[in-house]
Design a protein around this ligand. Sequence first.
Ligand SMILES: O=C(O)CCC(=O)C(=O)O
Ligand SMILES: [Fe+2]
Length: 268
Amino acid sequence: MLNDDQKARLRDRGVLHLPGFLPEAAFRPVRERVERVMLDEGHFDGTDWIVPAERPKWPNGGFAGKRIKKAKELRLLDTEDLRATIQDLLDGEDLFTFMDRPQPLFTLNNADEWFLPSTIWHVDLPRFAGCDEPGYQMFTFLAPVQPRCGGTLVVAGSHRVGNPSTGVLRSKRVKGVLKRYDTFADLLSAKSKNRERLLETSETVDGVEVQVVEFTGEPGDVWLMDMRLLHTLAPNPSPAPRLMVTQRYVRESAWQLLGELSRTEAAA
Ligand SMILES: O=C(O)CCC(=O)C(=O)O
Ligand SMILES: [Fe+2]
C-alpha cells in the first residue's frame, strides 16, 4: 500500500514513481521469454540487441508481435500487491482491465535524436463529470530505460485541468479544451517556438502546476498514472529497444460509465 504522503503526491501530480515495486520473480520470466522470442525473430543475438538494417521512423517502430503480446508470463506483472495498492487508492472498488494480461510497449531505435513530440498526445479514458480518479495505469520496464531513450511522456498535473462539469469528454475534446490554455496550445503545436520549456520548468494552468515528465527506470520499477493524464509515445534514439509494459486498471463505477457511453453511442 502507498503511505499518505505517496497518495497525496500521486493525487496532486497524477504520477508516482515506485522504484523496485515488483519482485524479480515478476519481471525476470517476462524478460527471459521476450529475449527468447527476440532471438528467434532476429532482434537479439544472445548478448546484444540487433539494430534493424532499415530503421523505422518515429512514430513507427513498435514491434511486439503476437508471440510477445500473448506471452503468459506477462500476467506475472499483474501482482496481487499491485492490484491491492491500486484498489486501496480507489476506495476498495473492484478493478476492471481492458486486456487479460499486461501489454508490451516496445519500440525499436526510430530517431536520430530525441525530441518532444507535438502529436499523439491523448488520454486513454474519456473524462466523465464527477468521476475523479477513474483508474490508474501502471507502467514498468523489462530493461533499463534511460532519459531520452523512448520512455513514455506525460504531462504531470494535466489530470486536474479541463475536466467537464457535466457530461463526458473524449480524448480529442479533452485536447480541444486543454488547447485553450497557452501552455497546452504550445505543447500540442509543432510550430510553437519554445515548447521544450515544459521539460525544464512547470507552468501554472488554471491553478494547477503542469510539467512534462518522462517515465524512466529499471526492471521492477513501477510508475502509476491517473488515467485522466495527457500522455504520448516518445522517440527512441538509443540502439537498444525500449522495453516497457503497461496495464490499465479502471474502477467499477468508471467501468459502468464507459459501458453506458458505448451503449448510448451504439444506439445513436
Ligand atoms: O508507448 C508508449 O510509451 C505510450 C503508450 C500509451 O499511450 C499507453 O500505454 O497508454
Ligand atoms: Fe495511452
